[in-house]
Design a protein around this ligand. Structure first.
Ligand code: FES
Length: 403
């Protein structure tokens, strides 16, 4: 009986498929060229775009703001929609290495939209790092008129009214101020319905980036934006707070229980703040931190294996049919080792979050910075890892996608 039922099912399926084919034939004599929904999704969220630098503004302490229009030769014809706080990842080919770097967008989303009277633009603000491989390259090569390949805007570091409280407590250090420059402009110009208390840590008053811009924004904000500069090395004449951004300073200006916390700054600031935030008894969902970029001082994590420090290991890499052997230093991510060897591997956030570099770890051990472990549980069980946030602890064998 069961067998008969099975064949009945197959016969039934055959009949349904036939009817379906006939219906498709009848309904559309012309071939559909492309799925319009997919096409629209691709237009709104393209994998990459070509941007042209149209303006470069020099700021203090060796920082520059680069303004981009979409290049005429770009297949994408407009800047995809984004939220204040998101980043763009730029692609570089330097010598034999292919690499990427994510930078927060410092301009506001409305400035990239159709309603902008000027041509819509997007800006990033970059600080030149001493002996910074990429920033030195940018300073030498990015000129007005240069065309740069970039990803669409990405990242989870943005205000979401359904998830977040009305007030943003923004905590920034150094160039970590840039995403808040974007968010604050949205708030003050009435495009984002929220308030912001901005705590900005700098060494000296002269180091405060976007000082005048934030003063002007605060004045225009009708109480929606309050900027609290916290200076670690300034003398007592400065109007603001001195020292570091502590829980006491945050409590003094904020309603802790009714605020969402957004943190962006150097890794040393996260370490300091993690203790301060414990004092505030925040719920996990109240805190969001931007960590784009690799961990540079991985040896400073207490659970990093002492015996692996300073060592170099063999990395066997399988890409399609090819196998390549290379060396990887335990203080550098596996992604960096691949890039140094000229192996092209997709990457955007470089901090374990976006999943674009997802690969297989076939053999050996890696150290994964736990705060930057953005893998799904199933991926961990199946042996997937993110080379951008993983550091070799032994000889390893990996498999990466082919591009
Ligand atoms: S580049 Fe985003 S997870 Fe590795």
């Amino acid at each position: 009986m069961k067998v008969k039922g099975f064949f009945h099912d197959i016969k039934g399926t055959d009949r349904i498929l036939k009817i379906r084919h006939e219906n498709i034939e009848r309904s559309n004599a012309e071939k559909i060229k492309a799925d319009p929904i997919r096409r629209l999704a691709k237009e709104l969220h393209p994998d990459k775009m070509l941007l042209e630098i149209v303006k470069i503004e020099e700021l203090k302490w060796d920082a520059k703001t680069f303004r981009f229009h979409v290049s005429k030769s770009s297949k994408v014809k407009f800047i995809p929609p984004f939220q204040g706080g998101q980043y763009i990842s730029f692609k570089f080919k330097i010598g034999k290495s292919y690499t990427t770097r994510p930078y927060s967008i410092s301009s506001a989303p409305f400035e990239a939209g159709d309603l902008n009277e000027d041509k819509p633009f997007v800006e990033v603000t970059i600080k030149k790092k001493e002996k910074g491989f990429i920033s030195e390259y940018i300073w030498e090569n990015w000129k007005v008129g240069s065309e740069i390949e970039a990803t669409m805007p990405l990242g989870e570091f943005y205000y979401e009214p359904l998830r977040d409280y009305d007030t943003i407590v923004a905590i920034a250090g150094g160039s970590g101020i840039t995403p808040f420059h974007s968010m604050a402009r949205e708030i003050v110009y009435g495009k984002l319905n929220a308030k912001m208390k901005l705590f900005y840590g700098s060494r000296l008053e002269k180091d405060i980036l976007f000082k005048e811009e934030f003063e002007n924004l605060q004045e225009k904000s009708d109480g929606k934006l309050q900027v609290i500069n916290v200076l670690s090395d300034e003398d007592s004449t400065f109007e603001g707070e001195s020292g570091f951004i502590t829980s006491d300073i945050i409590k003094k200006y904020s309603d802790i229980e009714k605020s969402s916390f957004f943190i962006c700054g150097p890794q040393v600031m996260y370490k300091f703040l993690s203790k301060e935030l414990l004092d505030l008894n925040l719920k996990r969902k109240q805190v969001r931190r931007e960590v784009f970029g690799e961990t540079h001082d991985v040896y400073s994590f207490v659970d990093f294996k002492e015996e692996a420090k300073g060592k170099t290991f063999n990395i066997k890499v399988h890409i399609g049919e090819k196998t390549i052997d290379l060396k990887g230093y335990s203080g550098e991510s596996v992604l960096t080792a691949l890039e140094k060897e000229g192996i092209r591997h997709d990457s955007h956030c470089r901090s374990g979050q976006c999943g674009f570099c997802r690969s297989r770890l076939l053999r050996g051990d890696v150290y994964v910075v736990s705060e930057n472990d953005g893998r799904r549980e199933a991926d961990k069980i199946e042996g997937y890892f993110h080379p951008c946030s993983s550091y070799p602890l032994s000889d390893i064998e990996i498999k990466i996608p082919q591009y």
